[in-house]
Design a protein around this ligand. Structure first.
Ligand SMILES: [Zn+2]
Length: 321
């Protein structure tokens, strides 16, 4: 029994350690609410709990649906060198040039965000409260993923350079260690995005450009660091686990010159701005007069089913490493 319990905890821990971690995604959606204008805040603030909790639904869906995986990343280095001009930014043109299969295999996050944005505009036009909430929570996830350098790089977990684990190190371990205690999330206000496609491609290119640094600095630090001090048994969410030590994590964060905090802040700004832009594009509907305010039995069952599959299934599609 005890063994089973340990196994369960272990699995749970593994499953919470990718994609900004659950911690990061939840924080990003949470803080995004505070950048909204009062006309949106009246609706988003009372639902801040939902928006945070469901920020991680897209990751959970990777355990239920095979095509979910490719919505979270783009291996842009597949398309040559920075700024990857051989890759058309328009979906139809990219598919025509490289085939849909190939484009999907290499990841579709910049296009998927634009699809989600159109759905969110439609939900605002319909004045459909539950749809607005679900889509807002989920687009927040994909936008945040697009800000992570290793989500725009085929060596996404350092698997090609003997740095396995770096993915969760950058986006889970360090934010969990430092975000609440030391990082600042006062960010100002959401802004209207004239061209969501351009905006998100810019973020992708920034991520892609930073991926080298993320990998290189970890390598450099590893060779400069006492080997027995890189990892340590330390507390993580109340469990003692072997992980990158606090001192190695801090040293890496310093070497990156606050890159992770900066990317997290930019994610928050982007998520709030995408929400705001969708609302404006829908004609600024009065959010105190929405319909369909309660999740149906069917929708509640869907949430439950998502959790069940996430707990019991293996990840479908591309694994993390
Ligand atoms: Zn993700």
């Amino acid at each position: 029994m005890k063994k089973l319990y340990c196994l369960f905890l272990f699995l749970l821990l593994c499953k919470t350690s990718f994609c900004w971690g659950f911690f990061g995604h939840q924080k990003i959606n949470y803080y995004s609410v505070f950048l909204l204008p009062p006309e949106m805040m009246v609706f988003y603030k009372p639902h801040i709990q939902f928006l945070s909790e469901h920020a991680v639904d897209p990751d959970k869906r990777r355990y239920a649906v095979a095509e979910e995986g490719s919505r979270h990343y783009i291996d842009i280095d597949f398309y040559g060198a920075y700024p990857y001009n051989s890759l058309p930014r328009k979906w139809e043109d990219a598919v025509l040039k490289f085939s849909e299969d190939s484009v999907r295999t290499n990841g579709i996050v910049p296009w998927w965000i634009q699809t989600m944005q159109k759905r969110l505009v439609a939900a605002f036009k319909e004045k459909n409260a539950t749809k607005i909430l679900k889509l807002s929570a989920e687009i927040g996830h994909y936008i945040a993923d697009a800000h992570v350098p290793l989500h725009a790089c085929s060596n996404h977990n350092g698997q090609l350079t003997n740095q396995k684990g770096i993915h969760g190190f950058w986006e889970s371990r360090i934010p969990e260690l430092l975000a609440d205690k030391e990082w600042n999330f006062f960010i100002g206000r959401a802004e209207y995005i004239q061209n969501p496609g351009d905006f998100i491609w810019k973020r992708i290119l920034e991520s892609a450009a930073a991926a080298d640094t993320v990998l290189k600095y970890e390598k450099e630090l590893t060779s400069a660091f006492p080997p027995d001090q890189k990892f340590a048994f330390e507390n993580r969410n109340g469990l003692i686990v072997r992980q990158y030590s606090s001192s190695f994590s801090r040293a890496y964060n310093n070497k990156l010159n606050a890159m992770i905090e900066r990317r997290m802040r930019q994610s928050i700004f982007a998520v709030a701005s995408f929400w705001y832009t969708a609302w404006v594009d829908a004609g600024q509907p009065d959010l105190t007069k929405l319909t369909n305010k309660k999740f149906s039995e069917e929708e509640l069952k869907e949430f439950e089913e998502l959790n069940r599959q996430w707990r019991t299934n293996q990840i479908k599609g591309r694994p993390e490493d």
